[in-house]
Design a protein around this ligand. Structure first.
Ligand code: BES
Ligand code: MN
Ligand code: ZN
Length: 502
């Protein structure tokens, strides 16, 4: 897909499909008036009979039959003018792109109203448009026949229209930013969508190595032997049920000063979560190939950070294992000694994510990080609490949590904070060990975070539970069903702000 920025009047462009963003009650806008004249009044008619009024999510397709250089006009609703946000532009671009790809149109031009979004300049609108269309165009088609792949086809050429020549440079750079950012999201989605028969911990480590080889990231992989020698007792407890070797993936981006403390990202990398001896029910167990989405977000963010040349030092840590039941599997009642020295009573082998994260959080301490953010598809309880519309955020540093909430708003990957009061600690007290790995049904997302908190001392830390946001089983405007790549865009936004203010 070749994407270009051009200053051309929308109604003068020759293309297979011209996409125009329309706000509610803005049909008297000169561009729309002219369009309506060329269409012989069809636009006002559509408005009057309620077929297209500019509400967010609405679309209408016209074929102007020679009255305009464009073969088709696709109008997309953006909602009330005062309520247009960058996220609405992303969504409008995304749903337009889905339609264009389905209809196999060869070209498309976007004229979403620049500057219409509150507090945003045209470069920000161009970036949002590019993000929306790039992410909506994504499909996981690795295992589809050539025949099925042809069912939809991305346009060869995409044009993003701007209004004045003066903004071209800024818009071109915004487009480039979006392309780099989306590369990170796409790698994360690909990794999440890869089925468990292929995606072993070995595979995940190889892919991380490959990402590093093709960029300026550094990569180090620890294997079973090294993990045993270091004392990763909690991680190895989970891994012992699988014939597949566990790993710790370590990625580094050096964009800051030589002695500057790194920001550390830690991502859960359970390549398949059967539950282990505490076996999960069969229904939807297939989706548990996505239980490494936190790790995928870390790998994707590291790639985007390095492509965008963020001026900070970043560390990406992904503990990766497979959670399986077998004769060698760990059992309920087992007591594991973690890397931190704290002992853990395992009451449910399906609460495995917090075990591998505990050791990874302990390990990261030796890098003396400035702050640590972990991402994990950690609890089903998070889906009960927030559904699929928000990632849960909890932490030991209110300022850090606030910055993450802001980044969530900016990126469209929204977060919602849950409390992490000490009161919850008693739910994970054990009679026979320092802590137990489950806290019962009440506040499952919080007690999981309370468990992690015991291993995240000595640094500023936030935990993101992405159980509800990492996987969608219905298409969204710019997120096709399957792995979403959630986390990458939010974290890059967070890191960009951090590097500007720190
Ligand atoms: N990976 C799951 C959580 C999950 C469930 C993510 C559904 C995405 C969708 C996690 O390892 C898990 O099984 N958690 C248990 C914890 C419980 C045993 C304390 C859960 O949520 O049921
Ligand atoms: Mn589990
Ligand atoms: Zn899990």
């Amino acid at each position: 897909m070749d994407i270009k920025i051009r200053k051309v009047a929308p109604l003068q462009i020759k293309t297979s499909c011209l996409v125009i963003g329309v706000c509610e009650k803005s049909f008297s806008d000169p561009l729309l008036e002219e369009l309506d004249r060329k269409l012989g009044g069809l636009l006002h008619k559509a408005q009057h009979n309620g077929e297209f009024t500019g509400k967010s999510g609405e679309q209408i397709l016209f074929q102007p039959a020679g009255h305009l250089p464009a073969e088709r006009i696709l109008l997309v609703g953006l909602g009330a003018k005062v309520e247009v946000t960058i996220e609405k532009i992303r969504q409008a671009a995304g749903s337009a792109m889905q339609r264009v790809a389905e209809k196999k149109m060869a070209q498309v031009a976007f004229a979403l109203p620049l500057c219409a979004a509150k507090k945003s300049d045209s470069a920000a609108c161009i970036q949002a448009t590019a993000e929306g269309l790039l992410l909506a165009g994504y499909r996981y088609d690795r295992f589809l026949s050539e025949e099925s792949k042809k069912m939809r086809k991305l346009p060869k050429s995409v044009t993003l229209l701007i209004e004045t020549a003066g903004e071209k440079q800024a818009c071109e750079s915004a487009l480039e930013q979006a392309q780099k950012l989306c590369q990170g999201v796409v790698i994360a989605r690909d990794l999440v969508n890869t089925p468990g028969n292929i995606k072993s911990p070995d595979y995940l480590a190889e892919q991380a190595q490959k990402v590093a080889d093709e960029s300026s990231l550094k990569c180090k992989i620890l294997g079973q032997k090294e993990l045993a020698k270091e004392g990763f007792g909690a991680l190895l407890g989970v891994a012992q049920g699988s014939v597949r070797e566990p790993h710790l993936i370590i990625l580094e981006h050096h964009g800051g000063g030589k002695n500057e403390a790194p920001v550390a990202l830690v991502g859960k990398g359970v390549t398949f979560d059967s539950g282990g001896i505490s076996l999960k029910p069969g229904e939807k167990m297939d989706e548990m190939k996505m239980d490494m989405a936190g790790g995928a977000a870390v790998i994707g963010t590291m790639l985007a950070a390095t492509l965008l040349e963020l001026p900070i030092n970043l560390l990406g840590i992904v503990p990766t294992v497979e959670n399986m039941p077998s004769g060698t599997a760990y059992r309920p009642g087992d007591i594991l000694t973690s890397l931190s020295g704290q002992t853990i009573e395992v009451l449910n082998t399906d609460a495995e994510g917090r075990l591998i994260l505990a050791d990874a959080l302990t390990y990261v301490k030796r890098y003396e990080p400035k702050l640590v953010i972990d991402l994990a598809t950690l609890t089903g309880a998070c889906i009960i609490a927030l559904g699929h519309h928000a990632t849960a955020v909890l932490g030991n540093d209110e300022k850090l949590v606030q910055s993450l909430l802001n980044a969530g708003e900016e990126s469209g990957e929204r977060l919602w904070q849950l409390p992490l009061w000490d009161d919850y600690d008693q739910q994970i007290k054990s009679d026979v060990a320092d802590v137990k790995n489950t806290g019962g049904r009440p506040a499952g997302t919080i007690t999981a975070a309370a468990f992690l908190k015991k291993f995240a001392c000595d640094f500023r830390w936030a935990h993101l539970d992405i159980a509800g946001t990492a996987w969608r089983d219905q298409n969204q405007p710019y997120t096709p069903k399957g792995g979403t790549g959630v986390g990458v865009r939010m974290l890059i936004s967070f890191l960009q702000t951090l590097s500007k203010t720190a």
